[in-house]
Design a protein around this ligand. Structure first.
Ligand SMILES: C[S@@+](CC[C@H](N)C(=O)[O-])C[C@H]1O[C@@H](n2cnc3c(N)ncnc32)[C@H](O)[C@@H]1O
Length: 218
């Protein structure tokens, strides 16, 4: 039982961006049934969005050492359609317990994570997503991106600097690199929305065939 005097772990950016993300994601989730979120952080997105999407089963997850940031909000506020959190590090596969592998999620969501993960973890994210998700599943990534090696804003360039000083393997990702990883693992980009605070909301859809030379070159 949560002590009511203990404030829940809180992310201010999450509070600021949740409505903008919801406005773009909600129409994509009308027919979705089961969403897996990677790197759920404090659980603010999971709890707030799932409450407005009662038809959707929302599976939050975190790496083991960060479950401590996620569990308290889920204990205190999660609606019934938010499942108990899973421990998922994208580098380790399978992501789901054996009894869930037969009916995988139809949406993968991750917000503000690819620039925090190392490059090899971003590669693992797509390789494992490609193994788990079936045709027509959506993979949605929210966060800052570079295009053709260029930052979209000066503030994203300084953000990248700060990230790299902390962890040289992290940093704002090149859209082209991430898209190539997605393509190689069976996903095609279907939308890219510019969002407030210099972020992008990018959607890929799992195709039901192997990549052709043509899609690989996109
Ligand atoms: C900046 S936080 C974003 C949290 C939340 N999604 C949000 O938008 O507020 C980055 C998250 O990525 C998670 N993360 C980092 N490396 C990861 C990995 N290898 N596998 C899964 N999650 C990871 C961290 O634990 C952290 O919760």
């Amino acid at each position: 039982m949560k002590n009511i005097d203990t404030p829940l772990p809180h992310s201010e950016p999450c509070e600021r961006n949740k409505q903008a993300i919801f406005d773009v994601i909600a129409p994509l989730l009308v027919n979705a049934k089961y969403l897996l979120e990677i790197g759920s952080g404090t659980g603010q997105h999971a709890v707030w969005m799932a409450r407005q999407l009662p038809h959707l089963k929302w599976q939050p997850s975190e790496i083991e050492q960060c479950l401590i940031n996620l569990q308290p909000r889920l204990d205190a506020e999660a609606p019934d359609n938010v499942l108990a959190p899973l421990t998922i590090d994208v580098a380790e596969y399978p992501w789901l317990p054996a009894n869930q592998v037969g009916s995988p999620p139809d949406v993968l969501l991750t917000c503000n994570t690819l620039h925090i993960m190392s490059t090899s973890h971003v590669e693992a994210f797509w390789s494992h997503a490609g193994q788990l998700f079936q045709a027509d599943a959506l993979a949605i990534v929210y966060g800052p991106f570079k295009y053709n090696g260029n930052f979209t804003t000066l503030s994203n360039a300084s953000f990248d600097d700060r990230l790299k000083r902390r962890d040289p393997l992290s940093g704002v990702r090149d859209y082209e690199w991430v898209n190539e990883l997605a393509n190689t693992n069976g996903f095609d980009c279907t939308a890219d929305h510019a969002m407030p605070s210099n972020n992008q909301f990018i959607v890929w859809r799992k195709r039901n065939r192997q990549p052709t030379e043509e899609t690989r070159l996109k």
